[in-house]
Each structure stands twice: as C-alpha cells, then as structure tokens.
Write a protein that binds this ligand. Structure first.
Ligand SMILES: O=C[C@H](O)COP(=O)(O)O
Length: 243
C-alpha cells in the first residue's frame, strides 16, 4: 500500500495563498513513492482542486455529521465531494478539545464521509497524563473503538499523541510503532484481513529529518503533518525522504 503524506494546514492560508502554494508545488514536485494529500480549510479546497499537481489529493479538515438541512455553518460531505475532496480528517485532537467532539460525533462524521465516498482520516491519541501513567495503549484503543463505531474499512487511522502536536516533541519511531501495532491488532479484530490495507499514520512534530525513520516502521503507513506542511520546501523534503 502507498505511504500517505497527509498535510494538515489547520487554520492557515487564504484561498489566494492556497492557490500560490499549489502552483509552487506543481512547479517543483518530483513525484515520489508517497501519495500526497492537502487537508485545507474548506474555503480553499476549490483553488487546490484546480491548481494542485496531478496525483495530489484534496482533503478537508472536518465535515458535518449531518446530511443536509438546517445546520447553520456546517459543511456537508456532498458539498466537499462536489469540489473534488477525497479525504476528510475527523476527530483531530484540536476539534475534540476546542469543539467538544466526542467519539460518537467523530464516528458519525466518519460514517457520513464514507456514505459520500470520502475516506475519513480518524484521529486518536493520548494526552500527557495518560502517557505519564503508561496508559497510552488502552487510552488510545478505547478512543479508537468509539470513533470507529459503524465505520467501514475504507478508513485511515492517524495516531497523534497530543503531547507531541506542535510542541517539537516527537514520539520516537518506536513509540509510534508501539501504538501503530496495537491499532493494527484492533483493526484486525474489527475488519479481519482488510485491516492489512488500512493505513495507520503517525502525527506530531513530523519534519523532513524524522519522517523516514518513523515511516520505516512496519505498521506506520504515513504521516499527518501540521507545522511542516505549510512551506513547500519542507513538503518537498518530506516527499524526497520517503523515496
Ligand atoms: O494534524 C497534524 C498534527 O496535529 C501534527 O501537527 P504538528 O506536525 O504541527 O505537530
């Protein structure tokens, strides 16, 4: 299966900046072994769909758990599909923390994505407390079970320890593999043989100089990258490191 380099811009870049970034990438990207996907603010997705180089996917950072109707401010899966969206991040720790999203909400969003042909990237991961208690595996697996309720196997799982996000503290490649292998086992129980085809990503302070070691681990099939996704040279560096 192809390694996935998922670039999460978070709340950065206007549509004009997104277009310039995509044009710059298109000029400089030499295709590697990884699949690239850009998870941008929804308002920038049409510009990305029009200007990203061929083969680079468009992704959303969130979507509504509802199909359509009276949900002011929400963006539906069908709207995202209409502008060329292939992936959607759901349950990022920032949405869980700042927008009160529960595992049940995350699962509802993932189901909504799948019903419309979007592959959800379901995020899970422990905070510092659970890590310091040595409970990172049971904590993360409990979150995963709730977040995958009723969700089919066309899914990507991103393990992001909250203490490593945007802090410069990267989990070691062995830490990433510990959780990725536990997640794989849980996916086998849920999906059987199809679990081998589910990509498990690591996220948290991934950069050009650490991505190769992390993605070389047997159960890590890519990365979800925040800070290092904003500058084209960093993205080229990560893409090259995965060749
Ligand atoms: O979605 C991406 C993650 O939250 C990681 O962010 P970061 O690479 O800035 O630590």
């Amino acid at each position: 299966m192809k390694t996935l380099l998922a670039l999460n811009w978070k709340m950065n870049k206007t549509p004009s900046e997104a277009r310039a970034w995509a044009e710059d990438l298109a000029e400089r990207l030499s295709p590697g072994d990884a699949e690239l996907a850009v998870m941008a603010p929804a308002i920038a997705l049409p510009a990305l769909a029009a200007h990203l180089p061929a083969g680079v996917s468009v992704g959303a950072q969130d979507l509504s758990a509802h199909e359509s109707g009276a949900y002011t401010g929400e963006i539906s899966a069908a709207m995202l599909v209409d502008v060329g969206t292939r992936y959607a991040v759901v349950g990022h720790s920032e949405r869980r923390e700042y927008h009160g999203e529960s595992d049940a909400t995350v699962a509802a969003k993932a189901r909504q994505a799948q019903q419309n042909g979007i592959t959800p990237i379901v995020c899970v991961g422990e905070g510092l407390d659970a890590r310091e208690r040595g409970e990172q595996v049971p904590y993360t697996l409990a979150q995963l079970a709730g977040s995958l309720e009723g969700v089919g196997e066309d899914v990507v799982v991103a393990y992001e320890p909250v203490w490593a996000i945007g802090t410069g503290k990267t989990a070691t490649a062995d830490d990433a593999e510990e959780l990725a292998s536990a997640i794989r086992e849980a996916l086998r129980e849920r999906y059987g043989d199809a679990a081998e085809e589910v990509r498990v990503l690591y996220g948290g302070s991934v950069k050009p100089d650490n991505i190769a070691a992390i993605c070389a681990k047997p159960n890590v099939n890519g990365a979800l990258v925040g800070g290092a996704s904003l500058k084209v040279p960093d993205v080229l560096g990560m893409n090259d490191a995965l060749k």
